[in-house]
Write a protein that binds this ligand. Structure first.
Ligand code: SAM
Length: 229
């Protein structure tokens, strides 16, 4: 389960009614059963249920994070495609996801979406035993996101054109990168131009055109393969 740091009191975890329900009714844990609690900010604890109270047994070492911080700047795709992107990219080790409204974005996100995406990220981080839950930023326009970008190593995926393959340009020693991926209709010419002016290097993910939902999964997998092995 994921807990808020304030729930940790000395050697006990104060469980919320929802967490109690999940542990006792859904997982059917009882007295003496152990479970893992994480704070989503790097810490994991082994805990044990005793008379519906959770006692902390030990702080665990978690080694599931990538050695590189990856921010995915993702143009919002149509339908519920972004839910899948958040889920899969969290499993693959993304650090931060910045949803952007691009010239060809069809979907205008409702205010409840951010909460939903953060919940999906938390569940996926638990499932993948991540130490950190990725941060999902408020959606902004692509141009605002580009102007506010503070990360030095910048890449933009472009499906057409003769650009170098992502695996040829990623710097193994970078500690932090940002990678931008377009919507179903791709980036507009002016977006690509602005990105290049802002020092985003255009890259290819291969010769086939990937769906907007598939492209970030491929990009994250390639980066993980380069940096993790
Ligand atoms: N209709 C668009 C076009 O012709 O450019 C295709 C857009 S593709 C479905 C959605 C996004 O995924 C693209 O904007 C790009 O960021 C990324 N993408 C898909 N395939 C790619 C590839 N082979 N190389 C680099 N980026 C790719």
């Amino acid at each position: 389960i994921t807990i808020h740091p304030s729930q940790l009191q000395e050697t006990f975890i104060i469980l919320t009614p929802k967490q109690k329900h999940y542990l006792l009714r859904v997982l059917r844990l009882g007295d003496g059963d152990k479970f893992i609690a994480m704070d989503g900010m790097g810490k994991w604890w082994l805990a044990q249920l005793t008379a519906e109270i959770a006692q902390v047994l030990e702080l665990l070492e978690v080694k599931t994070e990538l050695p590189i911080s990856i921010t995915l700047m993702m143009a919002l795709p149509k339908g519920n495609g972004f839910d899948d992107i958040v889920r899969y990219c969290t499993e693959l080790g993304v650090t931060c996801i910045a949803p952007v409204i691009s010239d060809r974005t069809l979907l205008k996100p409702s205010p409840q979406k951010l909460e939903r995406w953060q919940r999906i990220a938390t569940e996926a981080a638990e499932q993948s035993e991540r130490a950190f839950v990725p941060t999902i930023l408020e959606p902004v326009t692509f141009k605002t996101a580009i102007n506010e970008c503070q990360i030095n190593h910048r890449y933009i995926c472009e499906a057409r054109g003769e650009y170098p393959h992502l695996t040829k340009v990623i710097n193994h020693s970078s500690s932090e990168i940002i990678i931008a991926i377009g919507p179903e209709g791709g980036w507009s010419d002016s977006e690509l131009e602005i990105a290049i002016k802002s020092e985003f290097q255009p890259v290819s993910l291969g010769r086939r055109i990937l769906r907007a939902v598939t492209a970030p999964v491929v990009a994250l997998s390639l980066i993980a393969a380069i940096c993790e092995v």
